[in-house]
Design a protein around this ligand. Structure first.
Ligand code: GLU
Length: 458
């Protein structure tokens, strides 16, 4: 059986970059053209997710007018920190893990973005994820730049004590560049509110003062926000509602397939089921379950909580991993990891629309195939922006030490998501481009406007 981790490695983006390749532009019109060299840490043959991001930037460049003069800014992260994370294991030996924090852009505000713990995390992946955070935050107009962090570790192999030591040492190492007004981490793949509590404590101990605003996605008892846990899934559901309405799809009775039943996919599946949709297929790292009449989502979530996977869930057919992409459905929600929808499976997809719950689940080639086949793709940079939007609410509440009700938070979240979706839809219509390019047009314009206004230092 081929899990998505293996697929991911085979399908890393390695091809030549297509699309418009703008010549590098000199900073002063009158000065001679200076060749912008590739940073030395880039290996053009193994760019992975970063290569996909660069291609997305090339596609948006023709729409940026005079601001395209600054486009190189978006192709280079502002700051990259690689740290060694040594910890003593329970058996007395010392293990070293590699950690990263990348601040892609801070033109519009402090860096903001999650931290993932995963055995396959690479620098290029974190670079791409940090850039997608910049785009996402600008797309929904949050006053943040973009950042992301990661530790190359499989947290399932660690005891609770070891996990705490990895988290604390990593936080201490990146403590040089994070802070409530500098860069604010949050949960991502395999990190949760307990890990945020340890990060907050470690940073605070080093600072000598409790700094709740240094991370978001914290437990409620430590300055976390109501509604944060469900926010990404709720945002996914909200944009699905908006997109469905525009293509004349009734969510009641619509067939939904979800990849990943974690914090994003699990909540989205629950909300779709509550809206009367039929969640017909769910895939996680270990298996795929299918029921044409609709899976019992609360029972499936309970099964996953108990057994760690959808595998073995009763009243459902078990499918091979590849078959998931062929399932007849109206809405497909990839809510797991990057590069899942590729040139190899995009032709098989039966959905009317794809709502990207995960970051970077569709390769540019697959994007083109889906577009040609008339399948609407709502890109990650808007579809999963609900999480960071409520992170922003949490950060604001921590600063003011005044906390809002859950209804207030959900209402503000839905409003922001709907307004952002509406403007993206308009730009897509105006320029006859995909929703992804439209989102990039809005976001990159905001980032580069800020860049231009601030000017270069010194
Ligand atoms: N990790 C989430 C994301 O990819 C949330 C980031 C945040 O809240 O800062 O959007």
């Amino acid at each position: 059986m081929q899990g998505w981790h293996e697929l991911r490695h085979k399908q890393l983006w390695t091809g030549p970059r297509r699309g418009l390749n703008l010549p590098p532009v000199s900073l002063k019109k009158e000065s001679k053209m200076i060749q912008n060299h590739l940073p030395s840490y880039l290996h053009p043959e193994q760019l992975g997710a970063w290569g996909i991001y660069l291609e997305q930037i090339d596609r948006v460049a023709p729409y940026l007018g005079h601001l395209s003069r600054w486009i190189e800014t978006l192709k280079r992260p502002k700051r990259i920190l690689i740290v060694d994370v040594p910890i003593e294991l329970d058996n007395g030996t010392v293990a070293h893990f590699e950690g990263y924090r990348v601040q892609h852009n801070t033109s519009r505000g402090p860096g903001k973005g999650g931290v993932r713990f995963h055995q396959d995390v690479t620098l290029y992946e974190v670079m791409a994820l940090s850039a997608w955070m910049s785009v996402k935050n600008a797309a929904v107009n949050l006053p943040f730049g973009g950042a992301k962090g990661g530790v190359r570790v499989d947290p399932r192999t660690l005891s609770r004590g070891e996990l705490e030591r990895v988290t604390r040492r990593y936080t201490s190492e990146i403590g040089l560049i994070i802070g409530p007004t500098k860069d604010i981490p949050a949960p991502d793949v395999n990190t949760n509110e307990q890990i945020m509590a340890w990060m907050m404590d470690t940073y605070s101990m080093n600072e000598g003062a409790t700094a709740t605003g240094v991370v978001t996605g914290k437990p409620i008892a430590l300055g976390g926000s109501l509604g944060r846990k469900d926010a990404t899934g709720r945002g996914v559901f909200t944009v699905a509602e908006e997109a469905a309405r525009r293509i004349g799809l009734d969510l009641k009775g619509a067939r939904v397939a979800v990849q990943g039943l974690g914090n994003v996919g699990g909540v989205a599946a629950r909300l779709f089921a509550q809206a009367g949709s039929r969640v017909v297929a769910v895939q996680d790292h270990a298996g795929t379950v299918y029921n044409e009449a609709g899976l019992d989502v609360p029972a499936l979530l309970a099964h996953v909580a108990q057994h760690g996977s959808v595998q073995g869930f009763g009243s459902a057919e078990s499918l091979s991993m590849d078959r998931f992409w062929q399932v007849p459905c109206d809405i497909l929600v990839p809510a797991a990891l990057e590069q899942q929808i590729t040139a190899a499976n995009a032709h098989q997809i039966q959905a009317r629309m794809v709502i990207e719950g995960a970051n970077g689940p569709t390769t540019p080639e697959a994007d083109d195939i889906l577009h040609e086949r008339g399948i609407l793709v709502v890109p990650d940079v808007i579809a999963n922006a609900g999480g960071v939007t409520v992170s922003y609410f949490e950060w604001v509440q921590d600063f003011s030490s005044f906390f809002w009700s859950e209804d207030e938070i959900n209402a503000r979240l839905v409003r922001i998501m709907r307004e952002a979706f509406e403007s993206i839809w308009k730009v897509a219509d105006e320029h006859k481009v995909s929703l992804r390019t439209a989102t990039f047009i809005i976001a990159c314009t905001r980032m580069l406007q800020a860049r231009e206004l601030r000017g270069l230092y010194p």
